[in-house]
Design a binder for this molecule. Structure first.
Ligand code: ADP
Ligand code: MG
Length: 232
C-alpha cells in the first residue's frame, strides 16, 4: 500500500476550546492511483493532506507513505521527506511574486538536485515561452500551470493537490485537471487531490468523502488502473 493512514487523530486548541478535527481517519491508496477527497468546508480535508505531506503532524495514529512511517520521523527527517518526495499544488498557486516563472521553479525546488529540467516541465505544462515572466503577468490558470511544473520538477512520488481548481473558471479547471491526469499517466505520480469537481471524482481510482473529521464513504472505481511509475 502506497499511502496507509490508520486511525489518524488531530485536535486544535484555541484558547480553552479544543476541537477534534480528525477523528480516527483510515485511508489507503495504491501506488500510481489518483485519490480524491470530497467533503464540506471545515471537514478536515486540508489538515489530512497536510499531515500526509509532512506540513503538519497528527496527534495519534499512523501515516505511512511508500513504506516510510512518517509519524516516526523527527523534524529534520520530516522536512527532508516533504522536500524530496512530495509535490504540492495549492488553490492560490503560492508562487513567489518577485521571482520569474523559471526562478520560481529553480529556486523554490532547489533544482540542482532535480532529475527533471525546468524547460522540460515548463514545456509539459505549455508554459515554456513564459519562463521569464512574473506571476502578476499571468492569468490564474497560467499561474496554476507554473505551480504544477514546480511541483513535478522533482519527480515526486506523491502529488498533493488542495483544491487546485478552486479559484479557476470551468474551462480552465478542466484544462488543469487534464494536466494533472497527464502527470499521473506520464510519470506514474500518485495523486491525492481535494476537489469539489464531480468530473474528476468520477475519473479517480478512489474517492473518500469526509464529514466532520471522519471518512463517511469510500468508493473504488474498478474501471481505472493505476499508472506505471517512471524512475529517473
Ligand atoms: P477543510 O480543508 O475541509 O475545509 P481544514 O482541514 O482546513 O478543513 O480545517 C478543519 C477544521 O480545523 C476547521 O474547523 C478549521 O477551522 C480547523 N483548523 C484548521 N487549521 C487550524 C489551525 N492551525 N488552528 C486551529 N484550527 C484549525
Ligand atoms: Mg481546505
Amino acid at each position: 500500500m502506497f499511502i496507509d493512514v490508520i486511525n489518524l487523530k488531530k485536535s486544535y486548541t484555541t484558547g480553552s476550546v479544543t476541537t477534534e478535527v480528525l477523528k480516527g481517519i483510515g485511508m489507503k491508496l495504491e501506488k500510481g492511483e489518483t485519490g480524491v477527497i470530497l467533503g464540506p468546508s471545515g471537514s478536515g480535508k486540508s489538515t489530512l493532506i497536510n499531515i500526509i505531506g509532512g506540513i503538519d503532524r497528527g496527534d495519534s495514529g499512523q501515516v505511512s507513505v511508500d513504506g516510510v512511517e512518517i509519524t516516526d520521523l523527527n523534524d529534520d527527517q520530516l522536512t527532508d521527506y516533504r522536500r524530496g518526495d512530495i509535490g504540492f499544488v495549492f488553490q492560490f498557486y503560492n508562487l513567489v511574486p518577485n521571482l520569474t516563472v523559471g526562478e520560481n521553479i529553480e529556486v523554490v525546488s532547489n533544482i540542482s538536485k532535480s532529475p527533471l529540467d525546468t524547460d522540460v516541465v515548463l514545456a509539459a505544462v505549455g508554459m515554456r515561452d513564459k519562463k521569464h515572466r512574473f506571476p502578476r503577468e499571468l492569468s490564474g490558470g497560467e499561474q496554476q500551470r507554473v505551480s504544477i511544473a514546480r511541483a513535478i520538477v522533482k519527480n515526486p512520488k506523491l502529488l498533493l493537490c488542495d483544491e487546485p481548481t478552486g479559484a479557476l473558471d470551468f474551462l480552465t479547471s478542466r484544462f488543469i485537471l487534464q494536466l494533472l491526469q497527464q502527470v499521473n499517466q506520464k510519470y506514474g505520480t500518485t495523486i491525492l487531490m481535494i476537489t469539489h469537481n464531480a468530473a474528476i471524482a468520477a475519473m479517480a481510482n478512489r474517492v473518500f468523502r469526509l464529514r466532520s473529521g471522519e471518512v463517511v464513504e469510500e468508493s473504488v472505481n474498478q474501471n481505472t488502473v493505476p499508472a506505471e511509475r517512471i524512475e529517473w
